[in-house]
Design a protein around this ligand. Structure first.
Ligand SMILES: [Zn+2]
Ligand SMILES: [Zn+2]
Ligand SMILES: [Zn+2]
Length: 156
């Protein structure tokens, strides 16, 4: 199975516990009440990845500004990351705090996390070559996931 070889270096991302999310949303030492609780619970029901609008719908009674502020805050704390889908629209995903990238299925939309020290080293070298002081980078891979590949193969 050649696919596995390409994805060596994948990290088994530990999905965030409800507790971590709630803790981050509540702020340390504070109790989670009202809209914040609704948001935390909604976040955990949304699955693999979700659009901001979906979170809005899943958290009835929570204002738009609160939803977006919370998403930004969770991104900053590394509990949520942004994924750019192949049509350019951005979705959110519960993430690991470890630096990683995403591989996205163009057919079914499945997203997996990837992390590779070799890749990061190469990107660091490129930064040096450009003479830029690089603060951040974005990289997503697009293609077909193993399930979609298998479905294709058996359809032939
Ligand atoms: Zn991620
Ligand atoms: Zn797929
Ligand atoms: Zn990277």
């Amino acid at each position: 199975m050649p696919y596995a070889g390409h994805l060596r270096g994948i990290i088994g991302v530990v999905s965030n516990t409800a507790q971590q999310i709630e803790h981050a949303i509540a702020g340390s030492g504070r109790r989670l009440t009202g809209p914040r609780r609704t948001l935390a619970e909604a976040l955990l029901t949304l699955g693999d990845h979700f659009a901001a609008e979906e979170l809005l719908q899943a958290a009835p009674g929570v204002g738009r500004a609160t939803v977006f502020r919370t998403l930004r805050m969770l991104q900053e704390s590394g509990l949520v990351c942004q994924v750019v889908m192949d049509d350019g629209h951005t979705v959110y995903r519960l993430g690991s705090e470890e630096h990683h990238h995403h591989v996205i299925c163009s057919e079914c939309g499945a997203v997996a996390d990837i992390a590779s020290t070799r890749l990061e080293k190469a990107l660091g070298a490129i930064a040096v070559e450009t003479g830029y002081e690089v603060d951040a980078h974005r990289l997503e891979l697009y293609g077909r996931c193993p399930d979609c590949r298998a479905a294709r193969a058996s359809a032939k």
